[in-house]
Design a protein around this ligand. Structure first.
Ligand code: HEC
Length: 212
């Protein structure tokens, strides 16, 4: 009996030793680091600041002036580099993924290429943090496996999201519902990763045009 137990334990250790460090969408030492860096023990999310220099740019959206922002805006989306690796390996966002979207003013000028428009100054930052363990069941800024946060330029350190089903910019839930089949993320807009996506439904289920 004792020998069989020993044998099993040894086998388990050998098997564990052979598994790659990232063995699935849930990978935890790294996630814990993220949770310590960006999220406190109550689930309050703070605004990452080094994403432009050190994170991966997923893609950009140009939104015309008929939308909610009151003018044409440029949206740039970034992800932590390790979450991009996880997505490419497994087709879904790993635990601890952080996504940041900046909404910026639009600059434009006639250049040698033509009438050029580009990203100006950020006015709003949206942050999503992937939580595959339901860490904060009582915090209403967390839902559907993500923590949701919003920061505005006039007070960039203040998280304005107490409920992800709030109103205005805090209606994260309502506005992200069309993307619910792709982990609530508008994956079509992210050429850096979209071809690696593995979701049960086709990506076109977001209701957006399908890319080639
Ligand atoms: C008015 C609708 C609307 C609201 C409100 C909204 N979102 Fe979004 N969000 C979108 C759309 C549409 C995109 C992608 C296209 C774009 O940016 O125009 C997006 C993209 C994002 C992205 C980039 C990753 C992705 O999902 O594609 C993040 C991060 C994000 N939103 C977070 C939030 C958070 C956090 C909240 C709530 C505090 C929120 N959003 C509220 C519509 C909205």
């Amino acid at each position: 009996m004792k020998r069989a137990y020993l044998l099993l334990t040894t086998l388990a250790i050998i098997i564990a030793g052979c598994l790659p460090e990232e063995s699935g969408p849930v990978s935890s030492a790294r996630a814990d680091q993220v949770f310590t860096a960006v999220v406190d023990e109550q689930g309050n999310i703070s605004r990452p600041t080094d994403f432009r220099e050190n994170w991966t740019h997923l893609g950009s959206w140009f939104v015309t002036s008929d939308g909610m922002s009151g003018g044409a805006t440029m949206h740039d989306v970034y992800a932590t580099p390790e979450s991009v690796k996880g997505f490419k390996d497994n087709g879904q966002w790993p635990d601890g993924t952080v996504l940041v979207k900046t909404v910026s003013s639009l600059e434009s000028r006639q250049l040698t290429t033509g009438h050029a428009q580009w990203t100006g100054t950020p006015v709003v930052w949206f942050v999503m943090v992937r939580d595959r363990q339901n860490r904060f069941p009582d915090n209403r800024a967390w839902g559907e496996g993500w923590g949701w946060a919003l920061f505005e330029a006039k007070d960039p350190d203040k998280n304005l999201t107490t409920d992800w089903r709030g109103t205005g910019f805090n209606n994260c839930f309502g506005c992200h519902t069309p993307a619910r089949n792709t982990e609530w993320v508008y994956i079509d807009g992210y050429p850096t990763v979209r071809d690696s996506a593995r979701y049960p439904q086709p990506v076109a289920s977001t209701g957006m045009p399908v890319h080639d």
